[in-house]
Write a protein that binds this ligand. Sequence first.
Ligand code: SF4
Ligand SMILES: [Zn+2]
Ligand SMILES: [Zn+2]
Length: 303
Amino acid sequence: MKCRVCRGKAVIAVRRHNANFCRSHFLEHVRRQVERTIDDYKMFGSDDRLVLGVSGGKDSLALWDILTGLGYRVDGVYLHLGIGEYSSESLTLSQRFALTRNLRLEVVDLTVEYGFAVPEAAAASHRTPCSACGLSKRYSLNKVAAERGYDVLVMGHNLDDEAATLFSNVLGWNVEYLGRQHPVLPSTEDGLCKKVKPLIRVAERETAAYAILAGIDYEVEECPMAAGNTINRYKEWLNRLEEQSPGIKANFLFGFLERGSPLFEVSDDIALRICSNCGQPTTGDVCAFCRLQQVTISRRQDG
Ligand code: SF4
Ligand SMILES: [Zn+2]
Ligand SMILES: [Zn+2]
């Protein structure tokens, strides 16, 4: 197996590009994929203040490495979810990554800041842990980005994440979610920070390979709350299709973004209001995050 670029010994095959790469040309290939995504979707420029949602996993740490390597100045924000050892280990790995590269990482602890952790909120609200977790992440990362005056909130969702989410939204015909599934969500005057996903051209196996080949120490343990996560099941299904037809996952996602997404565009008329509890943007009176917080704390008080 020879590298497509230098004909040296290849260490990885990327079947959908019909290419094999040696270590350094694979790292280069992934960086170019990210660079191209940033340019194609006009995600940000070198003057923008960027903040990255950091989880300690392969995707966010690989993306942090890639963006700083491309010359962007990117701060990180880590949300401590209160998921036992998994959370403390991923925090340590994120802090170590930031420290050794002289990068700024802000830590927000859900329990300290908002009085609850993900497992308790999931049980109290009868949501799945991933749903309570996703809501908490969206809320608190946006809050940090908007309040600290960042221009762009950068997220480490990869090709597999986006394709599986799209698959889930198509299976349920969640037209509202389909209308909002885009690599760039613009900022709004009501307090939503611009949000971008520069890793969507890179598959999960490739971000893992990038992290290993770039010498990044990341959290390899799976979150203990992931069991039963439907998105993970859809990822497995899509990977089976990918085995048979390399490139099908990328075609599914990018075909949608080019041709399907405009059909589901959401109207700009949906006026956001200000949550009467926390002041963050919402469509109702009290935002979903505050409702999650309230139900969790009141269940605890009820004993
Ligand atoms: S698996 Fe679910 S609960 Fe665990 S970190 Fe991911 S989204 Fe959160
Ligand atoms: Zn090479
Ligand atoms: Zn609120």
